[in-house]
Design a protein around this ligand. Structure first.
Ligand code: NAP
Length: 275
């Protein structure tokens, strides 16, 4: 029987996840289908129980449900526990197991670099920033991580929630307009994405050689933030490797197989060029 994997969120119409996963299922002859389902706030519990009744293999969870879905999990992974957010459900013996594969996805394009003790600035303090900050703390033991957001209370909450993972007190907060430059500057706001292409969360040209500008936005592939950073000599990383990395980590949980990265990347690029 064909296995079912779904994406639950609002909006989901422009998500690349069905493209990535269905291309991978085809490539590896896995008898499964991935569907995006629009689930409004307030219907999440019904949707998750419905998936259980249907015998679904798993799910991805996106905005606005990543935090609320924790209440519907029988258990959660350490990453999901630390970030308070779940983006993938896997069927377990006692119910759904919640995972946060955004953490592994964020780290994927940074693999193989010695970033131990780095200083970093994270722009934005929403759900994705939580995965980014936890990933930085757990992978690199950073000397400093500045959380720069337009609402200081949001960054303060993030810093307080992740304090147990910050043994040296590396986390500090700053207004977005005063975000300091750093070895690694990460955009975890939607500024620069499709519909806001002329905007950037980091309007100063003080990134240069030896620094990395990392934008979680993947549509467009090159945002204003990345374009300006590249012009002043910094290395740039767009959001597509993270998207593929988080998808790959979830795919391994559902199927036990390695994700066919090249196939997924080609499928994503084709979909982005059609958009
Ligand atoms: P979110 O939970 O809504 O958080 C967004 C953050 O950006 C919040 O701190 C928000 O502040 C801030 N923000 C929004 N609009 C802003 C503006 N006009 N000016 C300044 N700050 C603003 O969203 P998220 O899930 O963290 O996602 C953030 C971005 O990362 C999105 O573009 C998303 O597509 C991208 N993302 C990419 C991947 C990937 O795999 N590449 C994975 C996850 C997310 P307020 O709360 O004050 O609005």
């Amino acid at each position: 029987m064909t296995d079912l994997v779904v994406l639950l969120g609002v909006p989901v119409e422009r998500s690349l996840s069905p493209t990535l996963h269905n291309a991978a299922f085809r490539e590896q002859s896995v008898d499964a289908v991935y569907l995006a389902c629009r689930v409004e706030a307030g219907r999440l519990g019904d949707a998750v129980r419905g998936l259980d009744a249907l015998g679904a293999t798993g799910a991805n969870i996106t905005i606005p449900h990543k935090e609320a879905v924790v209440a519907h999990c029988a258990s959660v992974s350490p990453e999901a526990e630390a970030t308070g957010a779940v983006n993938a459900l896997v069927r377990g013996h006692a119910g759904w197991i919640g995972h946060n594969t955004d953490v592994a996805g964020f780290l994927a394009p940074l693999a193989g670099r010695d970033l131990t003790g780095l200083d970093a600035t994270v722009l934005g303090a929403g759900g994705a920033a939580r995965a980014v900050v936890y990933a930085l703390l757990s992978a690199f033991a950073p000397s400093r991580v500045t959380l720069a957001s337009r609402r200081p209370e949001q960054a303060e909450r993030l810093a307080a929630d992740l304090a147990p993972h910050d043994p040296i007190g590396a986390l500090s907060i700053s207004p977005l307009s005063e975000a300091p430059s750093a070895r690694l500057v990460v955009n975890a706001t939607p500024l620069g994405m499709y519909g806001m292409e002329d905007q950037t969360p980091f309007p100063r040209a003080d990134l240069g050689a030896g620094q990395i500008a990392y934008d979680l936005v993947y549509r467009p592939r090159e945002t204003r933030f990345l374009r300006e950073a590249a012009t002043s000599g910094a290395e740039t990383i767009g959001g597509l490797p993270m998207l593929i990395g988080q998808a790959g980590a979830a795919y391994r949980l559902w199927t036990g197989r390695d994700f066919p990265m090249d196939t997924a990347r080609q499928a994503a690029l084709a979909a982005l060029s059609d958009a």
